[in-house]
Design a protein around this ligand. Structure first.
Ligand code: UD1
Length: 340
């Protein structure tokens, strides 16, 4: 059985990917420094999969010695690298924290993968690399724009590190997946997003408002040049997103890659505005949300959505869950957290 190391595997995306990998028949090794999560999702993954013996190593990938030890103690066939800080605002106020952590941990993973014969490296990138796109939808060939935050810049730099490493070292090859806006939770409601403090992202803010933890959702701007004036995004269901990783891992392990470094957009291809999302949330969950229109949030792009054709064709992957299913799952998870 092939083993996949999931760095940052106790987090939101990592835990959903772990479930899908296990269900697809892979052995998974979870590693996480727990700097931005607790054991909730790891325990949830064990419950969902029935794998009470799911191996877990608490470690930081910024620690080269620990990273090297991990790769020498376990035979790892592929690594999916999630372990990174991800708060856009914090990255602006503390850039060195972001550059230090996000770059060093990835460099260490690549060093260890190269040294220990783990050929396959999958990097968790973001649509943030496209900035404010000139043409929509964006394809993988759309130009990257200078990043507006150190966080976004670390995604661009890590993509470049992977591209250059693959070009230089025949021992490794890589795939970068550019996620659009991951939302929702596992249908079991046993794993989901666990924001610390006040959520920055839209859907956790919505669910926390609906449950009564926040008073009112601010919709950041209704004067954008979009059909209803609010920003448009490509919201991708977390389980669909997780399945894209399984397809990408299989592509590597089954020797299906056409180039040594490949990039795929992971999105639905459907734009949804903030207002449309709020309305869909209210409708599917049969509740009324307290919201108001607020000024634009600095740094937000007007509209971005994916052209997912390449992933559809090359990975054999397609988003399947409807917005309604996804928003119902987000709400079920919030209620699960509240013990309701
Ligand atoms: C942001 C980051 C992206 C990161 C992603 C993680 C940027 C420019 N974007 O995407 O890099 O990968 O989070 O999920 O750095 N909104 C409100 N009210 C709120 C919160 C959000 O109206 O309380 C609106 C925003 O203005 C935006 C949309 O909802 O139009 C989505 O926001 P958010 O969930 O924060 O994601 P992005 O900013 O698209």
């Amino acid at each position: 059985m092939k083993r996949v190391l999931v760095s940052g595997g106790a987090g939101f995306i990592g835990s959903h990917v772990t479930v899908e990998l296990i269900e697809a028949g892979y052995d998974v090794l979870v590693a996480d420094d727990m700097s931005n999560c607790d054991l909730t999702c790891y325990e949830g993954v064990k419950k969902i999969t029935g794998r009470d013996d799911l191996p877990f190593v608490k470690m930081s990938f910024c620690d080269m010695e620990a990273t090297d030890k991990l790769f020498s103690e376990w035979k790892i066939d592929a690594v999916i690298h999630f372990a990174a800080f991800k708060a856009v605002g914090e990255s602006v106020s503390d850039p060195l924290k972001y550059y230090g952590n996000n770059l060093q941990s990835f460099i260490n993973v690549l060093e260890a993968a190269k040294a220990h014969g783990c050929r396959n490296v999958l990097f968790s990138s973001s649509a943030t690399v496209y900035g404010e796109p000139e043409e929509l939808p964006v394809t993988e060939k759309s130009p990257r724009q200078p990043s507006t935050s150190p966080y976004g810049n670390t995604k661009q730099i890590c993509e470049d590190i992977l591209r250059d490493s693959v070009a230089a070292y025949p021992q490794i090859r890589g795939i970068a997946l550019r996620y659009f806006n991951p939302i929702g939770a596992h249908p079991s409601a046993l794993i989901g997003e666990l924001p610390r403090g006040v959520p920055n992202n839209l859907v956790p803010f919505i669910t926390q408002t609906a449950i009564g933890r926040r008073e009112c959702l601010s919709i950041f701007g209704d004067d954008y040049p979009t059909p209803d004036g609010t920003c448009q995004r490509d919201y991708i269901d977390i389980v669909d997103l997780a399945r894209a990783h399984v397809c990408a891992v299989a592509r590597m392990l089954d020797e299906k890659m056409e180039q040594e470094y490949e990039i795929f957009n992971v999105g639905t291809g459907r734009p949804l505005s903030v207002m449309e999302l709020v309305n869909a949330f209210q409708k599917v969950n049969n509740l009324k949300l307290n919201y108001k229109i607020a000024p634009r949030r600095p740094g937000d792009v007007t509209a971005i959505w994916a052209d997912p054709t390449l992933a559809n064709e090359k990975l054999g992957w397609k988003a399947t869950r409807t917005t309604e299913e996804t928003l119902a799952s987000a709400w079920a998870w919030e209620k699960h957290l509240a013990g309701k």
